[in-house]
Ligand binder design. Sequence first.
Ligand code: PGA
Length: 251
Amino acid sequence: MRKKIVAGNWKMNTTVSEGVALAKAVAERAAGLGEGVSLIVAPPFTHLVSVAEVLKGTKIGLSAQNCADHTKGAYTGEVAVDMLKDAGCGWTILGHSERRQYYGETDEKLVEKVKLALEAGLGVILCVGENLDEREAGRHFDVVKAQTEAVLYNFSAEDMKKIVIAYEPVWAIGTGKTATAAQAEEIHACIRKVLAAKFGEELAEETTILYGGSCKPSNAKELFAEKDIDGGLIGGASLKADDFVAIAEAF
Ligand code: PGA
């Protein structure tokens, strides 16, 4: 059985006190959530220690939104994997399209980051997804396949057990435009094929693949009903505890 996950990417939102209040609200609201789905929240770096404190004793996971591509030293402004682990993180998101687009994150850099995260004992949520031009040119399968291979083919099947993939079509992020369940499903199925080609069917079947891009309580049920969609990476709707947990309840 694949793990079902709903992860909240808070991006660059909330102050520390607002983030602590949000984490508390999520924890309270999620208390009655069944065993079938795991929640993860990904606050900004400055909030991690305080949010970790709030999440102690709950089953909610804590994730960073990024990590450095070096372990320590003279890299001003960066945060290393060991620091994240020490702050209480169990996970890091990597390769979000906003990082690829605005901060020049390349597949080569991502290989390095995934490697360091895994070595530090962090789980990885690796994001892939095509932009609008690529979709309109009919290149979405090729783009997602290439991104997936470029990073993940550098790892072993054992490593893959600590990696979750998030398919996030860039045109659906923060735009209110969700991919239809069928559009998302066909890409998820394609990613599973790409994994099977390198790691075998069994590993491909076991890998959790999340959908992200304007996922909200009103469309989560339809998306999660697809056989290859194992949960969501939620941006905007993760900033409201009720909406975030309601998405997880869609399972
Ligand atoms: P959104 O963002 O839910 O606000 O579209 C998703 C994401 O970027 O992870």
